[in-house]
Design a protein around this ligand. Sequence first.
Ligand SMILES: CC(C)[C@H](C(=O)O)[C@@H](O)C(=O)O
Ligand code: SF4
Length: 494
Amino acid sequence: MTTTDQGRTEKPRTLAEKVWESHTVRRGEGAEPDLLYIDLHLVHEVTSPQAFDGLRLAGRPVRRPDLTIATEDHNVPTVDIDLPIADPVSRTQVDTLRRNCAEFGVRLHPMGDAEQGIVHVIGPQLGLTQPGMTVVCGDSHTSTHGAFGAMAFGIGTSEVEHVLATQTLPLRPFKTMAITIDGELRPGVTAKDVILAVIAKIGTGGGQGYVLEYRGSAIEALSMEARMTICNMSIEAGARAGMIAPDEVTFEYLKGRPHAPSGADWDAAVANWRELRTDADADFDTEVRLDAAELTPFVTWGTNPGQGLPLHGRVPDPEQIADESERFAAEKALSYMDLEPGTPLREISVDTVFLGSCTNGRIEDLRSAAEVLRGHRVADGVRMLVVPGSMRVRKAAEAEGLDEVFTAAGAEWRQAGCSMCLGMNPDQLKPGERSASTSNRNFEGRQGKGGRTHLVSPLVAAATAVRGTLSSPEDLLSTAGAAPDTATAGNGAR
Ligand SMILES: CC(C)[C@H](C(=O)O)[C@@H](O)C(=O)O
Ligand code: SF4
């Protein structure tokens, strides 16, 4: 218990509880949900059409267009963006978003705009996502924004309508889980490897009903980009949200961004943000611990993000899996993935490498992959797509000459969007094709019907592109060409 200035004793609280309580407009009685105020509502073309239709039918306006921002990301092509979108469904969805935003007065960043990009990349880079906020979007990977100490979660289309109309959301409190990762990550081990290892440990349902708080010295040592990679994939462990307490790294990232507070407001905001930490004696419903020093590059072999192993491992043998449902899932996954038990993961060859998505499409991800590729060529028969998460990321990468590193290596340099993260736009795998992908889901057909996906970090993606089989930058040391310095490369270390 802590004693306040007024002499009252307060129950120690977690970061999640602090943000929740400061946004409770009305506390639910008994089984009733609480009513939460929403500070930022992000909108994209896929989950918003019916929500706007609902408003139109009810004759209601958007209550806070100033707290609402829209972008085109899922359906956009990443080449020839000045041409009309060829696919009729995608074109209708994008046109509908444009009409809705014009009618309801919502700011929209359309294809080709300097601020367009994946919804979870543009919020943070504009400084819209800030510590202590409640952030929602009709998109499961909204958990990304929790990296700033915000309570950020995905909502369904009817909830999108509710937030558009009222700027509030009825919700039952989440349970809390601490994921404490202490120690130092080894060179070449990144945030992506950390979160894949977390999901493999707690399972794709392990986080169900929880908000996860990542903490410990390994988390504190991460850049904002790396923290976003981790929070992004909380949803793949079944969690509602993921959070990291804001600190100097957070403030440094936000300072000077277009929507970050400035002048005296900045100082006041930082003073408030410093309070956003879990109290020392607060209780979590569950706690999980990992030792950072034990982690190695991690890749998935199956068809859910929990089916992953260290890259030095082998494709598992379902017969040796004791749990019946896990054994069945592994058999099914191996048949879809066309993999033989016992095959060294490093011997799996790919046709495509995808570097991008809201998990790993930020400037640091591109930088670290370019560092590995420099002086190498993408292997014969492999195509590599490099898709910046936003137009801002694209521009920043070009200013550093990263685009030239990618194209010189034989990779394709694209416009911003979700791209091959999911099959809603022209960037897709063909049936039977196999990819190493820096995205977040390896479900059957996710990157195109019949496509097979291995989730990897940007470093593993780049090394795999060069060797043509799942590889880490270390493997390139024995290949001709410049040896990358894996100790400094990577979304992982600051
Ligand atoms: C299309 C959208 C609703 C979906 C999501 O909610 O996550 C997409 O972004 C995804 O990654 O599968
Ligand atoms: S990049 Fe992928 S995960 Fe992220 S919002 Fe787009 S489709 Fe969803």
